[in-house]
Design a protein around this ligand. Sequence first.
Ligand code: PLP
Length: 316
Amino acid sequence: MSALLCDVGPDDEVIMPSYTFVSTANAFVLRGARPRFIDIRHDTLNLDEKLIEGAITDRTKVIVPVHYAGVGCEMHAIIALAERHGLYVVEDAAQALGANYRGRYLGTFGELGCYSFHETKNLISGEGGALAVNSPEFAEQAESIRQKGTNRAQFLRGEVDKYSWVDVGSSYLPSEIIAAFLLAQLENEEMINAQRMELWRTYHEALADLEQEGFLLRPQWPEHCSPNAHIYYILTADIDERQALIKHLAAHDIIAVFHYVPLHTSPMGQRLGYRQGQLPITEELAERILRLPLYYELTEREVLQVTDAIREFYLG
Ligand SMILES: *Cc1c(COP(=O)(O)O)cnc(C)c1O
């Protein structure tokens, strides 16, 4: 929907990190636009705002900050830059529902903010998402795009006496059953995120000494960010250590996984003209990151079992 609203096409470029899920790029590639991948920051794994300006060309139309793990990108700098160059900002806030940046919810800074309710997120509906339309210029069109390009929303409000095809669009509405399933969680969002935050903190405290002793790195976030405990990850020394740790945890019945294959090194990224070696920080961190189990039903005790197994791996 964002790509349709920003009206991107084959002549346009969209700046985004390569360290993200494929959906970030697909949304725009589906309209024929070219993703312009830039590198990420060492500390947050978010796109490095200092690299944006150098990636802007006369074709650039949109900047897509991805708030990795619910930690905010540097939105003030990004918005200022976008205003100076006349670009749209579409936030990929798929992981950031309920997270704050300088006291304001992520997803509310750009013209558009995209949330996901995919089964891997804090609040889920199996498949699904929400679009925050923060700019009034898009409100009416967004309504018709999500209802198959019709003005059915106006019809339901009694503003027109029949509805018809007014724009390009598709069926982006959740079913009633999916909406009900999600609503129950939205009503308990604070409780769900608070529980996740408890577990997140338990990880963070239990791994502090391993970080101090130089075995691994824990997540970092700027003071002005309040993340939503979407992901708890560690950084290992290198890919071999990560593989060994995954195996060690698996032997303790603990499933820990990594992501992403940087988009610029994926087969599709290569077809778009990118190659290995272009984004060194992305490539390095993608090989070192390991996500630890984190979900609502997880218990404090289980978190400590995970951290004990990690301790055993490093200290024997
Ligand atoms: C989950 C996720 C998406 C995709 O969400 P869908 O609901 O599957 O479209 C996009 N970007 C990021 C960063 C994600 O984590």
